[in-house]
Design a protein around this ligand. Structure first.
Ligand code: GLU
Length: 247
């Protein structure tokens, strides 16, 4: 039986040049799309404007093209059935997603130092937001431009079988807590933008580095809450390290 055509994507952040880990993800995405007769999508994740390096999106595209990793969407003029493919041009969609989530979101005016003081590092890396602002009056006077967090519903347990990393189970409320959808400076979070775009662009398979595995349950949960039909499968590749074990 021929494989079902897969829509895959490569979603680099143009914060520097294409590195080896990115290239590996692009190559695997490209190959799986081609081998299945599907489509390979290139999406620029340039929301974090202060970190964007001018010219790097164009250099990443040029490197992919030079290596023969031709993408099907967007077309050279930027068009395509799911345009725009650059996140900074998709703000209205993220805004609409926040509106859809409505009461499931709330403003948080905790400062960085308050967050650090209040949240113990969990499982080595993630800090669990303790819900400081969850039950405060959302109409109160804010001490700073507030972030917007997801009120993670009780019992949001997500089970995933990653095609490379295997089964994963996360109780998002307990292990992550109410996470940020839009930062205080107005930047939409990676979790929101990525979850929304993977669904909106009808991606079947997400290929990326193992460092993003722990984001998968948050993105699945958001997809579910936003009414997405079917979550994309995921394949998290091992990180490339040198002989000293460094990335
Ligand atoms: N833009 C993210 C990065 O370059 C990757 C996002 C993803 O593949 O989900 O780290």
């Amino acid at each position: 039986m021929p494989p079902a055509p897969l829509r895959t994507r490569f979603a680099p952040s143009p914060t520097g040049d294409l590195h080896l880990g990115g290239l590996l993800c692009a190559l695997v995405s490209f190959a799986l799309a081609r081998a299945s007769g599907g489509a390979f999508v290139l999406r620029m994740e340039d929301l974090d404007a202060p970190r964007v390096v001018e010219g790097s999106a164009a250099r990443i595209e040029a490197d992919l093209a030079r290596l023969g990793l031709a993408w099907d969407e967007p077309a050279p003029d930027g068009r395509g059935a799911h345009a725009p493919y650059t996140q900074s041009a998709r703000g209205a969609l993220y805004e609409a997603a926040l509106a859809t989530l409505g009461e499931l979101t709330y403003p948080c005016d905790c400062s960085r130092s308050e967050l650090l003081a209040a949240s113990a590092p969990h499982a080595g890396e993630e800090r669990v937001y303790p819900g400081t602002c969850r039950d405060k009056d959302p109409a109160r006077a804010m001490r700073r431009p507030p972030a917007r967090r997801l009120r993670v519903p009780e019992g949001s347990v997500v089970e995933v079988v990653d095609l490379a990393a295997g089964p994963l189970r996360q109780d998002v409320g307990r292990e992550v807590g109410d996470f940020v959808l839009r930062r205080g400076d107005g930047v939409f979070s990676y979790q929101l933008a990525c979850a929304l775009d993977d669904h909106a662009m009808a991606i079947d398979l997400v290929v990326r580095g193992r460092d993003l595995l722990a984001s998968t349950p948050r993105q699945r949960l958001l997809g579910r809450l936003l009414g997405a039909r079917r979550p994309p499968r995921t394949l998290h590749l091992p990180l490339l390290v040198n002989a000293a074990g460094e990335r």
